[in-house]
Design a protein around this ligand. Structure first.
Ligand SMILES: Cc1cc2nc3c(=O)[nH]c(=O)nc-3n(C[C@H](O)[C@H](O)[C@H](O)COP(=O)(O)OP(=O)(O)OC[C@H]3O[C@@H](n4cnc5c(N)ncnc54)[C@H](O)[C@@H]3O)c2cc1C
Length: 489
């Protein structure tokens, strides 16, 4: 089987490494065309699945990707100025409390109630102090080995994947300038010749993997673009800055701070702080955004929100930005990338010569996945109570969101059910973090249910929360923990 991967960004190298590991006898080529986005990325815990598949352990991954741990995403000012909530990056949720109990407590005994995320995932309370939560009974069932994601330097991670897994990969340092198709299939691509070569070289393949980013040079023309009209951010000013104080600035969360026409991220990688202001050019000019962001040397990146109708057409599979992008909020992009890579590996191991059935399964999977996470990203704006700038007014009140999935979850919980799995929880964190409950206070009082959550229970949660905060004082700053446990030299 001849595989041709077009594009050597993070998606390209993650794909190439997975192919080389899974199919060592296949003929695999990468066309490595130049600069990747490379901002210094935040990830989601699902990256653990990719790392497990590749057999990459923390002691190798953290130094290689110049990575730090991420316990949560922290939203500052999304609800309203000065209010903060977290979206935890973990799997271990305290099972003995029901979500509905917190919601009832919020409705009837809000005084001492700790935040939603800190009741169900107490490690978040430690993260909020800026220190790294370590395994300790008080945080049960937390486990740092799985309840985390990472802040990474994508370029360093790519270099590591190339050196470790891609020894048999043929790398062509060139760019695709044309694509020759036969019916719905790509027959070959033509790459630009080097300085001493006239004309281009043809590269043939059985399966083409388009990892060329937003250019989508192979798959783009094969499938229509479906814009995500509800998302209005379309630009980012990005910059990397040095740490001034590693102990206080290398926090175990991605900070997302609401701004006039969008939000600003701070991502602490091991070597630098990645900062970016994601804004909507419809609501703020680049010049004003630059002034508000405050970094003269910031690089401007424009992006489109949406996805192609199909990720796999004929013999071309799009992975990464070439398939689509929501926006940087909640780091769903690399998540979509490795979700696609692992789905592809599963299918190709099942049927190395795939047909329509595999393509349809893959397309259904990737489209549902991305549209599902779109709904999650939308929730951050949808539940916001800000109305103080034209941007926030628009995203809270001027967009027709289709969040039917979210409302199904809410209704299900209002009927007294817990989410069947914790699959239903992402949006609950945003809902509760934004100050809403799933409780109808009037009906609950009418049926005399308030006593379902007693004041005593809230006192118990508040006491535990206090103990967690005391424990937090004994936790190390993340920089100290990483330096003493991993070899970053
Ligand atoms: C502002 C911003 C912030 C982001 N923040 C995050 C984040 O925090 N977390 C996260 O998960 N994701 C984030 N993303 C997305 C993330 O950057 C991408 O998912 C990730 O970098 C993978 O991108 P990629 O490899 O698909 O595309 P790219 O990085 O764009 O790489 C594409 C590669 O293809 C090459 N190429 C293009 N055309 C050709 C051609 N004709 N021939 C050969 N090669 C070609 C390019 O030179 C490049 O090397 C962010 C994106 C943006 C825009």
């Amino acid at each position: 089987m001849r595989i041709v991967i077009v594009g050597g960004g993070t998606s390209g190298w993650m794909t190439a490494a997975a192919f080389c590991k899974t199919f060592p006898d296949w003929d695999i080529t990468m066309i490595n065309g130049g600069d990747a986005i490379g901002v210094g990325e935040s990830t989601t815990p699902h990256i653990n699945q990719y790392l497990r598949y590749m057999g990459i352990t923390d002691d190798v991954f953290l130094p290689a990707a110049r990575a730090t741990f991420k316990s949560s995403s922290r939203f500052d000012g999304f609800v309203q100025e000065g209010e903060v909530f977290h979206y935890p990056n973990g799997q271990s949720v305290l099972q003995k409390i029901k979500f509905q109990e917190w919601m009832l407590a919020k409705a009837f005994h809000p005084e001492k109630l700790p935040p939603f995320s800190e009741v169900f995932m107490p490690f978040v309370a430690v993260a909020e102090t800026g220190r790294l939560p370590l395994n300790k009974d008080i945080l049960d069932p937390y486990d740092l080995a799985k309840d985390r994601s990472f802040h990474i330097n994508g370029a360093a991670f790519s270099k590591f994947l190339r050196e470790t897994f891609c020894k048999n990969l043929k790398v062509v340092d060139s760019t695709v300038k044309s694509v020759a198709t036969k019916g719905r299939n790509i027959e070959h691509v033509v790459v630009t010749g080097g300085p001493y070569k006239l004309g281009g070289q043809k590269i043939f393949g059985d399966l083409f993997i388009d990892c060329s980013g937003q250019q989508a040079v192979c798959g783009g023309a094969l499938s229509k673009w479906k814009p995500y009209g509800s998302i209005v951010t379309d630009s980012a000013l990005v910059v990397k800055t040095d740490y001034t104080n590693r102990e206080t600035e290398m926090v175990p969360y991605t900070n997302a701070k609401a701004m006039t026409a969008g939000w600003q991220w701070t991502i602490p990688t091991y070597d630098f702080l990645s900062r970016g202001y994601v804004f909507s050019s419809k609501f703020q000019s680049e010049e004003d955004a630059r002034k508000e962001f405050g970094y003269d040397d910031a690089r401007l990146i424009k992006f489109e929100n949406g996805r192609h109708e199909r990720a796999w057409t004929g013999n071309c599979v799009s992975i990464g930005l070439s398939f689509g992008f929501i926006e940087p909020l909640e780091s769903t992009s690399l998540f979509n990338t490795h979700h696609g890579i692992l789905a592809l590996m599963d299918l190709l191991q099942e049927a190395p010569l795939p047909g329509q059935f595999q393509r349809d399964r893959f397309n259904h999977n990737l489209c549902e996945h991305m549209d599902g996470w779109l709904e999650f990203v939308e929730a951050h704006y949808y539940y916001s109570r800000r109305r103080d700038t034209p941007f926030w007014n628009h995203v809270t009140d001027g967009v027709e969101y289709d969040v039917s999935g979210t409302h199904e979850v809410i209704q299900y919980i209002m009927n007294g059910n817990e989410p069947v799995t914790h699959g239903g929880t992402p949006v609950l964190h945003i809902l509760a973090g934004s100050g809403y409950t799933t409780v109808n206070k009037r009906l609950t009082e009418y049926f005399q249910y308030p006593e379902l959550v007693t004041r005593r229970k809230v006192d118990e949660w508040a006491y535990r929360h206090q103990c967690v905060l005391q424990y937090a004082e004994t936790c190390p700053p993340m920089s100290v923990f990483l330096e003493s446990n991993f070899d970053y030299t």
